[in-house]
Every structure is written in C-alpha cells, then in structure tokens.
Design a protein around this ligand. Structure first.
Ligand code: PGA
Length: 252
C-alpha cells in the first residue's frame, strides 16, 4: 500500500501576516507539487492571507483549531464554514498544547473531527503521551483512549479522510526526538488500533510523526514503513529548514 507522504508546518502562535508573507516569498517558488503533500498551518490572523497566496499552488493550508458548531454565541471561536469560506483545506485538532493549556477534551474532539469531515475539511488529529505516561508503561492505553474516542463519531467510510499525528509530548519543542524504533513501533500500534473498524482504511490512513523533527533527522524518520509524514513545529518557521524536511521525503 503506497500512501502519499504529508508534511505539515504547525506555526503555533508565531508569525504575523507580514512574516507569513516573507516565508511564502521564499518557500512557494521551491514547491512544484512533485513530492509529498505540503500543508501550512498559520494562526487565524494570517490564515486568510496564506490561503489566498497558496490558492493555485500545490501547497495546502490548515487552521490550528476550530469549534464544532457552525455559528452562534461562542465568543472567541471559529467554525468549519468560516474556514472553508476563506479557502482553508484542513484543521489541526487536539494538539497536545490545546489539551494541556486550553482544556481540550477527547469528547469535544470527537465532535470537532466529525464536523470537520462533514464540512469537507481534512482533520489532522493529534495524539501523544507524556514522559511520565511512557515511563509508567501507559503509552498504549493513553493512545488507544485518544484515538478511539477522537474518531468515534465519524463514519467508518470516512476513516481514511483523517490524518493522524503521533506527537509524544516529551519530544515537542524539546530537541528530544523519539528514536526511529519508538516512532515506528508506536505508529504501527496506532495503525493497528484502526484495523478492527476497517482493515483497508487502516492501511490507507496517513500517520505522521511530530516532535523535534529537523532537516537533519527527517530522512531517517520518514523512511520508516509506518511513518507517512511529519508535523513540524520549530523547524517549520524557517523556509529553508522546512523546505529541507519536505525535500527529505521521497513523496510516497
Ligand atoms: P516541534 O513541534 O517540531 O517544535 O517539536 C511539533 C508540534 O508540536 O507540532
């Protein structure tokens, strides 16, 4: 089964619209759409600008969060139709920073994932364990709970429309990358979690690794059989570094 690789830049709370423009000036001319799928995830305030400039290019654009209702009295939130309206293709859901600092729950995520799929946005659903959970042998239980609950409300036929990002929390922004063996073994475990629902979809679903991916370690991680791409934070802020990670992917 060949899965097209997927490399996403999670800019988190970085880059004004003007800084996003500078990144695009350097980055867009280097992208010919031949290799992996490439996705940029700016803040809401740079999203419109980035979506406009990426339209008609091979580069896709995703938001970093959204709410599951379409409109209403939800101060501070934005919805799937609003993202689609400005040409956004996807949305990161359940990033560990949202779970940790902003009270994101798996129950809310299940509704967000369902709404994203129904609306035609590609969800990038994040999961991952803390260092303490890994050390106490709870990684599998934590990941099973997250993945099974977060995907519980979507139709089995839609399973392969989801992109999953495995991001061990202890590897995010720490420079402590998972070993290739840990990343491969854990991502293989996540793929197996989907098999009981649909073995074919489990083979088609793309599962990314995230956590201190850099131009220097990307090729080794991306060559592993179950790893279909990367969700990149710090190294995605620089167009050359991010371009290096995209170039490290063979594409499929
Ligand atoms: P990092 O972040 O590459 O800076 O570790 C990855 C992420 O949180 O998506």
């Amino acid at each position: 089964m060949s899965r097209r690789q997927y490399i996403a830049a999670n800019w988190k709370m970085n880059k004004t619209a003007a800084e996003a423009d500078e990144f695009l000036d350097a980055f867009l001319p280097t992208q010919d759409g031949e290799g992996p799928e490439v996705v940029l995830c700016p803040t809401y305030l740079a999203l419109h600008r980035v979506a406009e400039r990426c339209s008609g290019t091979p580069v896709k654009v995703a938001a970093q969060n959204m709410y599951f209702e379409d409109s209403g009295a939800y101060t501070g939130e934005i919805s799937a139709p609003m993202l689609l309206d400005i040409g956004v293709d996807g949305v990161i859901l359940g990033h560990s920073e949202r779970r940790q600092h902003f009270g994101e729950t798996d129950e809310a995520l299940a509704r967000k994932v369902r709404r994203a799929i129904e609306a035609g946005l590609e969800p990038i659903v994040c999961c991952g364990e803390t260092e303490a959970e890994r050390e106490s042998g709870d990684t599998d239980a934590v990941l099973s709970h997250q993945v099974i609950t977060d995907l519980a409300e979507i139709h089995t036929d839609d399973l392969d429309k989801v992109v999953i990002a495995y991001e061990p929390i202890w590897a995010i922004g720490t420079g402590k990358v998972a070993t290739p063996e840990q990343a491969q073994e854990t991502i293989h475990f996540i793929r197996n979690l989907l098999r009981p629902r649909d073995p074919e979809a489990a083979e088609r679903v793309r599962i990314l690794y995230g956590g201190s991916v850099k131009p220097g370690n990307a090729a080794e991680l991306l060559a592993l059989p179950d790893i279909d791409g990367a969700l990149v934070g710090g190294a995605a802020l620089d167009p050359e570094d991010f371009g290096g990670i995209v170039a490290a992917s063979a594409g499929s």
